[in-house]
Design a protein around this ligand. Structure first.
Ligand SMILES: *Cc1c(COP(=O)(O)O)cnc(C)c1O
Length: 234
């Protein structure tokens, strides 16, 4: 996809994000775009950066490593948004400023240890919640969520900032609304129970990010609406 096309797409997405925020009585600055660059070339990522995108999401450690050299020097913030196996925790902690898909205490512990070994500094993490029965296999169950949150909050070197979810794909994005609302309610409950601020709700993708913003998303993860259709399905 051409640089002009990526720039146009980014402008359109930002306008739609601002309009959705406005409908909910929120300011546009309250919502951050995570440009989901999985399967995209370093060139396309560079174009999105030059057009103004600053946060990027990848779902595989190996893919981010492979693009590493070509992306060096780009002042972007990288989010890991895909399922992470504990044995790749140390590599992920090196490459990403944020792991937005933590779903298990063993993984959190591995990440904390990797950060400790790397020196001062905390890794931002979000807990991925399995919000709908069949939608995806990843994410902690709603029942296990409080325990995982308590565990992460007890670990040094990790900064638990909020929750993330991937709801089912439904043709009508309005039908996804209850899942987004549910994630916000879970966050509010955890906030009361733990006293942690948990300001971040990462929810909404190309198809439904406006509804997510109306329901309180502070980060939306948008791939195809920005870069076009991915070559291989993920
Ligand atoms: C691929 C992906 C996205 C982006 O999906 P689009 O529909 O292309 O916007 C968002 N979040 C996660 C976790 C993803 O894996």
């Amino acid at each position: 996809m051409s640089a002009d096309r990526i720039r146009e797409n980014l402008e359109k997405i930002e306008e739609r994000m601002a309009a959705a925020a406005g409908r909910a009585g929120r300011r546009a600055e309250e919502v951050t775009l995570i440009a989901v660059s999985k399967t995209q070339s370093a060139e396309a990522i560079g174009e999105a950066y030059r057009a103004g995108a600053r946060h990027f999401g990848e779902n595989r450690v190996q893919e981010r490593e492979a693009k590493s050299a070509a992306l060096e020097g780009l002042g972007a913030t990288w989010h890991l948004i895909g399922h992470l196996q504990s044995n790749k925790a140390a590599r992920a902690a090196k490459l990403f400023a944020a792991v937005d898909s933590v779903d298990d205490p063993a993984l959190a512990e591995r990440l904390a240890r990797a950060m400790e070994a790397a020196g001062p500094g905390k890794l931002r993490v979000l807990i991925e919640v399995h919000i709908a029965g069949e939608a995806t296999k990843s994410g902690v169950s709603i029942e296990e969520l409080p325990r995982l949150a308590e565990r992460i909050l007890s670990l040094g070197h990790l900064n638990l900032c909020g929750l993330m979810c991937i709801p089912p794909f439904l043709e009508n994005p309005n039908e996804v609304r209850p899942y987004f609302r549910k994630l916000r309610e879970l966050r509010d409950g955890l906030r009361s129970a733990t006293g942690a601020q948990l300001p971040v709700l990462s929810m909404g993708m190309s198809h439904d990010f406006e509804v997510a913003i109306e329901e309180g998303a502070t980060e939306v993860r948008v791939g195809t609406a920005l870069f076009g259709a991915r070559a291989k399905p993920q």
